[in-house]
Design a protein around this ligand. Structure first.
Ligand SMILES: NC(=O)c1ccc[n+]([C@@H]2O[C@H](COP(=O)([O-])OP(=O)(O)OC[C@H]3O[C@@H](n4cnc5c(N)ncnc54)[C@H](O)[C@@H]3O)[C@@H](O)[C@H]2O)c1
Length: 273
C-alpha cells in the first residue's frame, strides 16, 4: 500500500528537476499524476518514468502562464482521473538582474509564472474541490484531506541580490498560501509552501557550464558562478546543495497523510541556511 494510493496529483513544471522528482516520489506512493511542462519531450519522459513506477500519468504540455492553462490542467485531472487531491505549484525559472537593469518584461514574466499562474490554477480547482466536498457530505462520506503545496524560495523569504522579480513572486506565493489555508480549511484542504535553498538542478549549475535556457523565445542565462556556488555551499550548515530527490521529499512530507493538521506553513528545505 502506498501512502498516496488512489490520489490524483497535479504537478506543474514536472518535466525536469524538482517537479519531476516530486512526480516520481508521489507515483512511487501510488498517486496518479497530471504532468505539465513547457517542453513536450521532458514531459513525455516524466510520464514514462511515472508509469514505470506503476503510476498513471497524463500530460498537459504548455506554459502555466497561458490564460486558458489552468482550466486545461484541472479539467484533465477531472476527466482522466476523476478529481483533484494534491496540487503542487512548481513550474518556474529565474531571469535575474539588478533593479536598474531589469526590464518590465523581465519583472512581469517572473511574476506571471511564480504568482499569477498558481493563483489561476487554484482558482480553477476551487469549484472541483467544493463540489467534491459537498457531494461527500451529502452522502455521509468522510471528507478526505486534500493538499496544496506551493513552491517558494529562500530568495523570497530572505531576499537575494539580483532577484527583485523572483523574490517578490516567491514571497507573494507565501501570502497566497496563508490566505488559502484560511479560505479552504472548511474543505479540509491543507495549504502550505516549501521554500528551497540551493537545490542542484539546471537553474543552479555552475555557470562554467555556460548554462542558458529558452523560455518562450527568450534565451535566459541560468546557473551560479562556480566560485559563488562553492562559497554558498560553505555557508550551508549541511555543507552542500540538496538533490532534487531531497527537495521532493520535503514536498512529500506536506502531501503525506501524516501532515493532515499542518496548514498555512512555510517549510524551509535548505540544509539549514
Ligand atoms: N533549484 C533551486 O535551487 C531552487 C531554489 C528555490 C526554489 N526553486 C523553485 O523550484 C521550482 C522548480 O525549479 P527547478 O530547480 O526544478 O528547475 P528546473 O528548470 O530543473 O525545472 C523546472 C521545470 O519547469 C518548467 N517550466 C518553466 N517555466 C514553465 C512554464 N511557464 N510553464 C510550464 N512549465 C514551466 C521547465 O521547463 C522545467 O522543466 C521553481 O519554482 C523554482 O523557482 C528552485
Amino acid at each position: 500500500m502506498g501512502k498516496l494510493d488512489g490520489q490524483v496529483a497535479l504537478i506543474s513544471g514536472s518535466g525536469r528537476g524538482i517537479g519531476r522528482a516530486v512526480a516520481e516520489k508521489f507515483a512511487s506512493e501510488g498517486a496518479s499524476i497530471v504532468i505539465n511542462d513547457l517542453d513536450e519531450g521532458p514531459a513525455l519522459e516524466a510520464a514514462e518514468a511515472v508509469r514505470a513506477l506503476g503510476g498513471r500519468a497524463e500530460v498537459v504540455v504548455g506554459s502555466v502562464t497561458d490564460p486558458d492553462f489552468a482550466e486545461r490542467f484541472v479539467s484533465t485531472a477531472v476527466e482522466k482521473f476523476g478529481g483533484v487531491d494534491i496540487i503542487v505549484n512548481n513550474a518556474g525559472y529565474t531571469w535575474d538582474n539588478v533593479i536598474q537593469k531589469m526590464t518590465d518584461e523581465q519583472w512581469q514574466a517572473i511574476i506571471d509564472v511564480h504568482l499569477t499562474a498558481p493563483f489561476r490554477i487554484l482558482r480553477a480547482a476551487q469549484p472541483v474541490i467544493s463540489q467534491a466536498v459537498k457531494a461527500a457530505r451529502a452522502e455521509g462520506r468522510e471528507v478526505p484531506t486534500r493538499k496544496v503545496i506551493n513552491i517558494s524560495s529562500v530568495a523570497g523569504l530572505d531576499g537575494n541580490a539580483g532577484q527583485v522579480n523572483y523574490s517578490a513572486g516567491k514571497l507573494g506565493v507565501v501570502g497566497m498560501t496563508k490566505t488559502l489555508a484560511k479560505e479552504w480549511g472548511r474543505y479540509n484542504v491543507t495549504v502550505n509552501a516549501v521554500a528551497f535553498g540551493v537545490i542542484s538542478t539546471r537553474l543552479t549549475v555552475a555557470t562554467d557550464d555556460a548554462a542558458s535556457i529558452t523560455v518562450q523565445g527568450n534565451e535566459i542565462k541560468v546557473g551560479i558562478r562556480a566560485d559563488v556556488l562553492a562559497a554558498a555551499e560553505q555557508g550551508i550548515p549541511l555543507g552542500r546543495a540538496g538533490s532534487a530527490q531531497e527537495a521532493a521529499n520535503g514536498v512529500y512530507l506536506l502531501a503525506s497523510p501524516e501532515s493532515s493538521y499542518i496548514t498555512g506553513q512555510v517549510l524551509r528545505v535548505d540544509g539549514g541556511l
